[in-house]
Write a protein that binds this ligand. Structure first.
Ligand SMILES: Cc1cc2nc3c(=O)[nH]c(=O)nc-3n(C[C@H](O)[C@H](O)[C@H](O)COP(=O)(O)OP(=O)(O)OC[C@H]3O[C@@H](n4cnc5c(N)ncnc54)[C@H](O)[C@@H]3O)c2cc1C
Length: 460
């Protein structure tokens, strides 16, 4: 395999002109969407309430069937919300950040799964009581005699498999790609479970308006998902036509991958954001991994800098120049839009320096900036020379702290002495999880409020 080690473009030199498009966060839209989600939940609850009555509650199986209806509606609605949180809606992505969206998705997940499971069990119990059947025979009667119930059972099982695969212990033992494919089946599960709701739900039978509303809500969620997860990325990639232009080692085990494409001057991206990268080589095309831009675009070029850790990141060194590249994004809210103060401090370690390098380039002019980099050896500092030049141009301060964790401590006193005006700054941190945690603790000790500490996590 042939990889070029020559720099395709001069990433050290300042970018010429700045006609680059950028997009700001849209908190109003994020708030509107949150409001709509709340209204939707209220509407769903009202729909379930509307079908309840005193006599139905006190007839055989009445209470279990009431639980069936509420848990079914709430569970289904929360499942839709979970899907929508991961749809990559651009306004949410750049306002809230993908890491936060993933955290919300994970918080909702146990509720959605438990409510859906409660719905299944309560339905079996309620019908068994109402029809005087045993629980097992009722479960079987559902499969044999009720429309779309077998599909719904399969959908529920797919949901449970995805839920168990996401439990921390199971997740750790699984390859990321396996977990991802299992997760894809939840879309199938949702599709399979839909028809039984409309064809057996008492709140829909004889209620065309409710049926229409619920159906269009699901169709809407499907369309939005297909639009943002499939159609938009495909169209963008056809337009950009990205290909690998250069690969070069920038530190031991760390490589910069430069790609070139068309119309990149129209790409709206901020320093600190990331894309999902899919390199269309034989063994790699089915992997998609998040990497942050390690510099602002210099059309026709984009650059990422990657540390070889697992299958995909290590294999990038063998990529051929000319390999097609498919990206999704940009995503993430680790950008200058988080700034609330004049002064900025950037603190990084390892390959976590890469988004900071792009963010530094993107900071508004004349902002006082301090950069603190920690690395085991001087060789391990990624893009240190570029950072130094950018800091010099801004007349800021640049510090490399070289040595093992025990030798070099980033405690409150050290940080305060290195970063002028630390307590009145916005601080951006990127590095390994343990590093970030200890720096956040030191910053709080040094008097930086949590709202002004911003960090990017390289694991979801
Ligand atoms: C927002 C973000 C930005 C990142 N930016 C950079 C960067 O600029 N440079 C860099 O070297 N690394 C970056 N990473 C980390 C990088 O994505 C992982 O190191 C890489 O995906 C590992 O893939 P692998 O095939 O080599 O290893 P694997 O063995 O496949 O994965 C190792 C671990 O990486 C994580 N991972 C793998 N694939 C994904 C995925 N598609 N989405 C989320 N997490 C995944 C999982 O935690 C997994 O357990 C970033 C991660 C995130 C979340």
């Amino acid at each position: 395999m042939a990889t070029s080690t020559k720099h395709t473009t001069e990433w050290h030199s300042p970018r010429s002109g700045d006609s680059r498009r950028t997009l700001s966060p849209r908190p109003q839209i994020a708030n509107l969407l949150a409001g709509l989600a709340g209204v939707g939940f209220g509407a769903v609850t009202a729909l379930a309430l509307e079908t309840e009555g005193h006599s139905a509650l006190y007839s055989p199986g009445g209470w279990a069937l009431a639980v069936t209806r509420f848990s079914g509606f709430w569970g289904g609605y929360l499942l839709l919300l979970m899907v929508l949180l991961m749809v990559r809606l651009p306004w949410l992505e750049r306002t809230v950040g993908q890491d936060q969206l993933v955290r919300w998705h994970r918080k909702v997940a146990p509720w959605a799964t438990s409510l859906t499971s409660l719905h299944v069990l309560a339905a079996i119990l309620g019908y068994a009581q109402m029809l005087h059947n045993s629980i097992l025979s009722q479960a079987w009667i559902f499969v044999l005699h009720y429309p779309d119930m077998l599909a719904a059972y399969v959908g529920w099982i797919l949901l449970l498999v995805a839920a168990f695969s996401s439990i921390r212990i199971a997740r750790r033992k699984m390859r990321y790609e396996t977990w991802w494919v299992v997760h894809l089946y939840t879309y199938l599960g949702l599709g399979l479970a839909f028809m039984h709701q409309i064809r057996t739900g008492i709140m829909f039978l004889g209620h065309p308006l409710s049926t229409q509303m619920w159906t269009w809500t699901w169709i809407g969620a499907g369309v939005v998902t297909l639009l943002w997860r499939v159609a938009v990325p495909v169209v963008r990639n056809l337009r950009f036509g990205l290909r690998v232009a250069d690969i070069s080692e920038v530190a031991p085990g760390v490589r910069s991958v430069t790609v070139s494409g068309r119309h990149l001057d129209r790409l709206a991206v901020n320093g600190g954001q990331f894309f999902q990268w899919r390199f269309m080589a034989k063994e790699l095309w089915w992997h998609s991994h998040p990497y942050s831009l390690s510099a602002l675009p210099r059309p026709p070029f984009l650059r990422v800098t990657v540390k070889g850790l697992g299958d995909q990141s290590s294999a990038l060194k063998d990529l051929k120049v000319g390999t097609r590249v498919f990206v999704e994004g940009p995503y993430g809210a680790f950008t200058r839009h988080r700034m609330t103060r004049e002064r900025v401090v950037l603190i990084g370690a390892g390959v976590g320096i890469t988004p900071l390098r792009a963010l530094l380039e993107d900071l508004p002019e004349n902002r006082p900036v301090s950069v603190i980099i920690r690395a085991r050896t001087a060789e391990d500092v990624v893009h240190g020379d570029e950072m130094k030049l950018l800091v010099e141009a801004r007349k800021g301060s640049y510090h490399e702290l070289i040595g093992s964790r025990d030798d070099v401590s980033l405690d409150a006193a050290t940080l305060t002495s290195l970063a002028h005006g630390l307590a009145d700054s916005d601080v951006f941190i990127c590095g390994p999880e343990g590093f970030t945690e200890s720096v956040v603790a030191s910053l709080q000790e040094a008097g930086v409020p949590h709202s002004r500490i911003h960090f990017e996590s390289f694991t979801f």
